[in-house]
Design a protein around this ligand. Sequence first.
Ligand code: NAD
Length: 256
Amino acid sequence: MTPAEHAIDLIRQASRIVALSGAGISTEAGIPDFRGPNGLYNDPGLFAQLSAGGFARNPVGFYQAGLKLFPNITRAKPTVAHHLLSRLEQQRKLRAVVTQNIDGLHQAAGSRTVFEIHGTFRTGHCTGCRTSYEMQAFYESMQDGSSLPPLCTRCRAAIKPDLVLFDDVLPPDVWEAAVGVIENSDLLLVFGSSLQVYPASELPQCALDRGSRLVIVNLEETPYDRCAEAVVREKLGSFAGMALAALNLGPTSLRI
Ligand code: NAD
């Protein structure tokens, strides 16, 4: 049995699956990851601007860095792997997706129970009066750099996307819910994460401590590979296509 076949077999046997996704699930949608082979981690200047301190010092620089790091994020469509997870949820085999991603592609694929532990770029708040905003229209008007930063229509303070930035703390309610659902899983699927970003990197251990099984699908080695029952070193698109067919969830019935 290949690692991919073993992983699919574990999915077949499980009934309380939780997925932990990272940037690697969205690279095939055209959104670059940070630490993969074509990752963006080599530009520390960009990352300094994407911190809470960076936003406070220079909101224009923050948005310019974001546009450089994620040029395709507003146009991206969910991948086969996003669809696999939503189909597993529809089949009542998967209880939740815990994602480190900020791109909203799990919801776009139809996943309903999604814990965004690093927040989302799709909504934002005024840093002055806390009015909330849908961000899409701002991103579209920002492309030529002329409307930076977006300003609150009520108080004219800068609007900040609802992201957990590098020096921010995670929203405690979302984090606790994610840990709770992982502790009650019987299989944790790690899809496209280097498992190097703390505290998300602790989540596989929460699953293992409660006797849950671990499957990792990632192009590169992770610190948890030796604890996993199956490690699939393939592109998620190819693994997910194989899983959809083997589990009779598509791809013929799937409109992507
Ligand atoms: P990461 O960049 O640290 O690791 C991504 C992993 O995915 C790499 O190990 C890479 O080998 C693997 N990978 C890339 N493409 C793959 C594919 N097609 N199939 C299988 N594996 C693939 O990502 P991370 O662990 O999520 O941590 C990065 C942080 O940056 C997260 O906190 C996340 O919030 C943020 N981020 C988010 C996005 C997004 O929302 N799409 C994109 C980049 C970074």
